[in-house]
Write a protein that binds this ligand. Structure first.
Ligand SMILES: *C/C=C(C)/C=C/C=C(C)/C=C/C1=C(C)CCCC1(C)C
Length: 239
C-alpha cells in the first residue's frame, strides 16, 4: 500500500486535513467545558460539541477519501449536513425554549433544513441537468430559515428571553444569513450546468475542487463559530 501524502499545492486535501483537526479540537473543548457549565446551558453546549464531533468523524473520512481518489466526497458531505444542520436548529429551539418556544417551531426549522439539503443533493448528484432549478428550491427553503431566525418565531421569542439570549440569537442569525450563504456560492461554483461555475472555471474537475475548498471553509466558520456563540452565551448568563 502506497503512502499517501498531501502535496504542498493540494489545497483541497489540505483544507480537509485542517478541517478534521479543527473539528476534533473544538469537540474536545466543548466536551471538557461541560463540567464547568451551569446546568441551564449544559444541553446547549453538549449539542455544540455533538455538531463538531459528528463533523470531525465525517471530515476524517472525507479527508481520506479525497486523498485516495482525488474526488469530491459529496455523499458523506451531505450525510454530515443532514445530521448537523438539524442539530443547529435544535440550538435555536433550546435557547428560545425558556421564552416559550414550541416543539412545532423546531419541526418547522428541521423540515426546512431537510428540504434545503435534499434538494441541494439532487442538484449536485441525481439530477445535475436541473441543478439551477434544485438550487432555487433549496434557496427558498434557506430563505425561510433566514426569515424564521430574523423576523419569525425565533426572533420574536428571543426578544422575550432576556437581553443575553436576544444578543446571542442575533449573532447566530448573522451566521445563518452570511455564513450559510457561503454554501450556495460553492454550489454555484462547482455544479455542472450551474449558473456561472463552468464559465469561470472551465473544467469540471477544478470546479469541484473550488467547491470543496469553499464548503470546507464554510463548515469551519459555521460549525465552530456557531458553537462558540452558544458557549459564550453559557458564560455571559447571570445564573
Ligand atoms: C454544518 C453545515 C452547514 C451549516 C451547512 C449548511 C448548508 C447550506 C446552508 C446549504 C445550502 C444550499 C443552498 C441554499 C442552495 C444550493 C444547495 C445548498 C445545499 C448548497
Amino acid at each position: 500500500m502506497e503512502h499517501l501524502k498531501i502535496a504542498s499545492d493540494n489545497y483541497v486535501a489540505f483544507t480537509f486535513f485542517i478541517g478534521t483537526m479543527a473539528m476534533m479540537a473544538a469537540s474536545v473543548f466543548f466536551f471538557f467545558e461541560l463540567n464547568n457549565t451551569s446546568p441551564k446551558w449544559r444541553t446547549s453546549v453538549l449539542v455544540s460539541g455533538l455538531i463538531t464531533f459528528i463533523a470531525a468523524v465525517h471530515y476524517y473520512y472525507m479527508r481520506g477519501y479525497n486523498l485516495e481518489t482525488g474526488d469530491s466526497p459529496t455523499f458523506f458531505r451531505y450525510v454530515d449536513w443532514i445530521l448537523t444542520v438539524p442539530l443547529m436548529c435544535v440550538e435555536f429551539y433550546l435557547i428560545t425554549k425558556k421564552a416559550g418556544a414550541k416543539i412545532g417551531l423546531l419541526w418547522k426549522l428541521i423540515l426546512a433544513s431537510l428540504v434545503m439539503l435534499v434538494t441541494g443533493y439532487f442538484g449536485e448528484t441525481i439530477d445535475v441537468k436541473n441543478s439551477v432549478l434544485w438550487g432555487v428550491v433549496s434557496g427558498a427553503a434557506y430563505f425561510y430559515i433566514v426569515y424564521l431566525v430574523w423576523m419569525g418565531d425565533v426572533a420574536k421569542l428571543a426578544q422575550s428571553a432576556g437581553p443575553q439570549v436576544a444578543k446571542a440569537t442575533k449573532v447566530l442569525a448573522w451566521f445563518v444569513l452570511v455564513g450559510w450563504a457561503i454554501y450556495p456560492l460553492g454550489y454555484i461554483l462547482g455544479t455542472e450546468h450551474g449558473l456561472f461555475g463552468m464559465i469561470l472555471i472551465k473544467d469540471q474537475v477544478s470546479a469541484r475542487h473550488y467547491m470543496d475548498i469553499v464548503y470546507n471553509i464554510a463548515d469551519a466558520i459555521n460549525k465552530i463559530g456557531f458553537g462558540l456563540v452558544i458557549y459564550s452565551l453559557s458564560r455571559s448568563s447571570e445564573d
